[in-house]
Design a protein around this ligand. Sequence first.
Ligand SMILES: O=C(O)CCC(=O)C(=O)O
Length: 296
Amino acid sequence: MAMEVEVIGPGFAAEVKGLRLWEPLAADEVDRLRNLFAEHGVLVIRRQSLSEHEYADFCALFGALERTVRTDWASRVRPEISLITNLRGSNGNPLGGLGDGEVEWHSDQAYMANPATGAGLHAVEIPGDGGRTFWANLIAAYEALPERLKQAVEGKSALFRYQKRLDMYKDADRKLSEEGRKRTPDVLHPLVHTHPRTGKKALYLDPTTSIGIVGMPEAEGNALLGELAAHSVRPEFVYAHNWQVGDVVLWSNGFLLHRREPFPAADRRLMKRATMHLPAALHIIPDTLMLREAGA
Ligand SMILES: O=C(O)CCC(=O)C(=O)O
């Protein structure tokens, strides 16, 4: 079956049909998928049943896989895959991260220097109710900003701290290994980036880790970040995904925020999660500034 593409949601997500990801893809199919991903930011591919190696190897077509700081969520089979799940092992310990609660609007690696902006989820078990995931388009959000806010963000950088997100987590997710702490010093990224393919500007935000704006008093900077985040997740900028078992969804954190709604604790949900370093020729890769250079 030839590859078919349908634009879904408010225009920035695309569903790709006709793929069998457990079989090798032809070079022209890989090329087309890379271009589609660059243009849309969210790719949805349904009806897949993949081993962790098949899934990880597919994601690696878009960029080198990253082993994230959450080594406690890593799969034993393929450590580049994290388990996002409320399931627990026979010893009662969580098998992965993020449990069954709400996961608030965020961008995955904003707290990292040189963030790996590519992400994938493969749905293995889904709850009967809830657990949908939402993505907000920060290119559309930037374009709709009032002139006052466009001027307010121009040339500005925000400071990001992983501890802020850890403090929002529950139970074991709040703990980070010593190695994880060493890999997550505070970092700065500009608030606006330009997409290399379209030349369009996008906001770069992460309400779960941003703690201020360089050169602005703390309260004022945080008030501006709050105003930008509230504007950016207006319904007209958001795609809501209703999961089916077998879905693979890829997204770029370079110009998207995402959140997950909670689901009943008694239901089972298991997602296999991949993280990729996307290429700067095709995707927004946030610049990372050193605190010293910025005088922060
Ligand atoms: O569980 C989900 O649907 C989303 C998880 C998430 O936010 C993430 O992996 O960054």
